[in-house]
Design a protein around this ligand. Structure first.
Ligand code: URA
Length: 434
């Protein structure tokens, strides 16, 4: 079999056989297919797609490209969560301890920021001492003893995704349905949970900007789950505007702590609570979403979720005092307020522009492996539907280095549209696919 034949086949819109998909994944992971040829193949998939059978096969081949986690020694209902990526998306920071608090078990593998979207691992590393590289044994021990552990993806698990994702990122082939579905689901399958909840974002700051495309992605992932016997629920949630009111690594940790302290309500809390309720429903610990939401809310109100977060930090070598004193987190030296000199109501707040502004300040990488500044970011003062008077700021920049400050300010100003009449916030949870 020659890889060039497979590139030509896909370029001509033909269907690949299962053994051909196994071949391309194995050979690419083994370093026997050069990136330039794989890039051509990915572009052919981008334009000609893959059908359901090809996508299932690609997902399985990727899941089998490395080790699989064996969770059989961990008692209880084991769950996992994945987001398709967004701006201000600190859901995992709240969700992991909350899952521990409601009595489910979660072992979460997370990634770093990518493009304009942040990554849970970069955020957690703002906590002094927090270790994101764990041995498999440490990971399993965290799950067994406290119901939760979180670590960076290792190359032992799904190496095919690591290699393919990096290549997709630089070849304009990220936004391909079969490639996203196989990327997400291969990682979930390799981690061996009993149930999975997916947070598929839709809107300006999401990979899938249009609702219909987000729905196709959500349905594609749920269908793969069905094929391989994994319980998967997907929520399609809004990413037209950033989630929460903080964008940037340590600022998002501060916001997550506020939610865990039961000090704030809002969209970040609502999405997280709903995702946890879906997991409770899958585990049959509750009979309805309402019961699941109530249980999750109770654990935030009682302080148990916060207690779990403290345990998670301690288990992974971090300084738990950040909970009582968030000033122990990296803090930017300077602040700049953004005012629009306009009055009215916020009608648009473009999540993509805010994500780019945060990256411009140094919160994300322009190149792979680059050092980032965990202290910098943006506090959002006004969200869609909020009233604005001319003297009020719409956002506050936290920065250290002012070399890109003007560019960040311009992006933030551009992100806001103001209208004279009130507009309602976009629907937060647009659809559930079970
Ligand atoms: N998240 C993933 O894990 N993979 C993708 O391809 C897109 C989002």
């Amino acid at each position: 079999m020659s890889f060039l034949d497979l590139v030509l086949k896909k370029r001509n819109g033909e269907k690949l056989m299962p053994e051909e998909i196994d071949f391309l994944v194995e050979k690419y992971v083994a370093g026997e297919i050069p990136d330039y040829q794989m890039s051509a193949f990915l572009m052919a998939v981008y334009f000609n797609s893959m059908d359901g059978e090809e996508t299932v096969k690609l997902t399985e081949a990727m899941a089998d490209s490395g080790d699989r986690l064996d969770l059989s020694g961990v008692e209880g209902f084991k769950v996992d969560k994945h987001s398709s990526g967004g701006v201000g998306d600190s859901v995992s920071l709240v969700l992991v301890p909350l899952v521990g608090a409601v009595g489910l078990k979660i072992g979460k593998l997370s990634g770093r920021g990518l493009g304009h979207t942040g990554g849970t691992i970069d955020k957690l590393e703002s906590i002094p001492g927090f270790r994101v590289s764990l041995s498999t044994q440490e990971f399993l021990t965290g799950m067994e003893s406290d119901g939760m552990a979180i670590m960076e993806h290792t190359s032992d698990l799904v190496p095919a995704d690591q290699k393919l994702y990096e290549l997709r990122d630089v070849t304009g082939t990220v936004e391909s349905l079969p490639l996203i579905v196989s990327s997400i689901m291969s990682k979930k399958i390799a981690c061996g949970p009993d149930g999975v909840v997916l947070d598929i974002k839709s809107g300006a700051g999401a990979i899938m900007k249009e609702f219909d495309r987000a729905k196709e992605l959500a349905q594609g992932c749920v269908d793969i789950g069905k094929e391989v016997g994994l319980n998967v629920t997907a929520l399609i949630t809004d990413m037209n505007q950033p989630l929460g009111r903080a964008v940037g690594n340590s600022l998002e940790v501060r916001e997550a702590i506020k939610v865990l302290k039961d000090e704030t309500s809002g969209d970040l809390r609502e999405v997280t609570v709903n995702l946890v309720a879906e997991l409770l429903l899958q585990s049959e610990k509750v009979d309805s979403m309402e019961e699941g939401v109530n249980q999750a809310e109770d654990k935030l109100a009682s302080g148990l979720a916060l207690e779990k977060f403290k345990r998670l930090i301690e288990n992974q070598g971090g300084n738990p005092e950040v909970i009582e004193d968030p000033n122990l987190l990296p803090t930017g030296e300077n602040r700049a307020e953004i005012q629009l000199e306009e009055e009215g109501y916020v009608s648009k707040l473009d999540a993509l522009k805010i994500g780019r502004a945060a990256n411009t300040l140094g919160a994300g990488r322009q190149e792979k492996g680059e050092e980032i500044d965990r202290a910098v970011g943006i506090e959002i003062e006004k969200k869609i539907g909020d009233e604005l008077t001319a003297s009020e700021p719409v956002a506050r920049i936290h920065y250290n280095d002012d070399s890109n400050l003007e560019e960040a300010k311009r992006l933030i100003r551009d992100a806001f549209s103001i209208s004279p009449s009130p507009s309602s916030a976009p629907e937060l949870i647009k659809e559930r696919i079970r």
